[in-house]
Design a protein around this ligand. Structure first.
Ligand SMILES: NC(=O)c1ccc[n+]([C@@H]2O[C@H](COP(=O)([O-])OP(=O)(O)OC[C@H]3O[C@@H](n4cnc5c(N)ncnc54)[C@H](O)[C@@H]3O)[C@@H](O)[C@H]2O)c1
Length: 313
């Protein structure tokens, strides 16, 4: 047996990055992780991962880290993830999401990384859609966050074309599941679950008829595994379910699953919120054999179970 393949995961202490780390460790990869713990938590980092607390924008520190770890693959999840913060502070958003990404790509070039996986966002990129969006839909970002993800994608492509770094851009739908921050502005499943379990009344922004594509985090982690294992071709690929669910439907399912009766409070719509965001996942199946496996009800059950006993002590 040869040496295990090495992967560097940025944002490993975060919601999605930590699940990707779990899945890659299970597959036998040697996982190195970087996170500045700005929103991530140390307890999310798997025990068998090698963890470095660092800011991806600290290029000298990152250079040393690449030199020491020599990753074959880089899976890039560290980001400024708040749309609202990107509106309030677009410079900071661009600093982390654009400069941070370019800095990493430059190190991938210097240390001859074989492939980079880049976490992008279908919702933030495509804007409102009438039907499940395909990857060839013209981007129509509505926030600095959407633009910084789009710019990140362009740099990933540039480094791929110019320097032969293989890449897959994963455009996620609304990812949900264990470890998502229940106190954040986004992540409606975690926010509602947190409020229901704590006996508080969840607030629905707008009329609750906004449609989203909810994809379970372990399925998202498996998409990352499939990309590395199948040596997927350079492309941007949706990671969603193709199924739209309204916020009202989601709320009703959570009430039923948790067994906690609650009536939502309706608040004003949030400026800039999309009406409909659903992603067509067929390209992922075609090029690296990935399909979402977890029906929404099942994923919500697992999520509610996980949150029980972890909040409201
Ligand atoms: N959650 C979703 O539904 C969703 C949808 C589309 C795209 N994404 C993308 O997926 C990725 C992961 O998102 P998440 O939901 O897990 O968010 P998260 O906040 O849980 O994870 C992001 C992680 O990056 C770390 N980080 C932030 N800035 C950093 C920096 N400068 N240096 C080092 N680490 C830094 C944070 O501490 C955190 O652990 C992000 O790139 C996000 O844009 C998420």
């Amino acid at each position: 047996m040869g040496e295990p393949e090495t992967v560097l995961i940025t944002g490993i202490a975060g919601f999605i990055g930590s699940h990707v780390a779990d899945a890659l460790i299970k597959e036998g990869y040697r996982v190195f992780g970087v996170d500045d713990l700005s929103s991530g938590r140390l307890e999310n980092v798997p025990k068998n991962a090698y963890f470095f607390k660092a800011d991806i924008c600290d290029f000298e520190r990152m250079d040393t880290l690449f030199k020491e770890t020599r990753p074959r693959f880089v899976v890039h999840h560290a980001a400024q993830v708040s749309v609202a913060r990107s509106v309030k502070d677009p410079v900071f958003d661009a600093h982390v999401n654009i400069l941070g990404t370019v800095g990493l790509l430059d190190l991938c070039r210097k240390y001859v990384v074989e492939k980079m996986v880049f976490a992008s966002s279908g919702g933030a990129l495509y804007g409102d859609v009438d039907a499940p969006a395909r990857e060839d839909k013209k981007p129509d970002p509505k926030s600095p966050y959407g633009f910084s993800k789009w710019a990140g994608e362009q740099y990933v492509r540039y480094y791929g074309q110019e320097f032969g770094i293989g890449y897959t851009i994963l455009r996620y739908g609304n990812v949900y599941g264990p470890r998502q921050d229940p106190y954040g502005e986004a992540g409606v499943v975690a926010v509602f679950t947190g409020r229901l379990l704590c006996g508080e009344r969840p607030v629905i922004n707008g009329d609750g008829e906004y449609v989203r594509d909810y994809v379970y985090v372990e399925d998202v982690a498996q998409a990352n595994v499939a990309v590395l294992k199948k040596a997927a071709a350079d492309a941007a690929v949706n990671v969603g379910t193709g199924i739209g669910t309204t916020v009202n439907q989601l709320f009703a399912m959570l009430v039923e699953i948790s067994g906690i009766q609650a009536v939502p409070q309706y608040g004003p719509p949030r400026p800039g919120d999309l009406k409909t965001s659903v992603l067509d996942p067929s390209l992922a199946k075609e090029i690296f054999g990935w399909e979402p496996k977890t029906p929404l009800r099942e994923g919500l059950k697992k999520t509610v179970e996980w949150f029980k006993g972890r909040i409201c002590h």
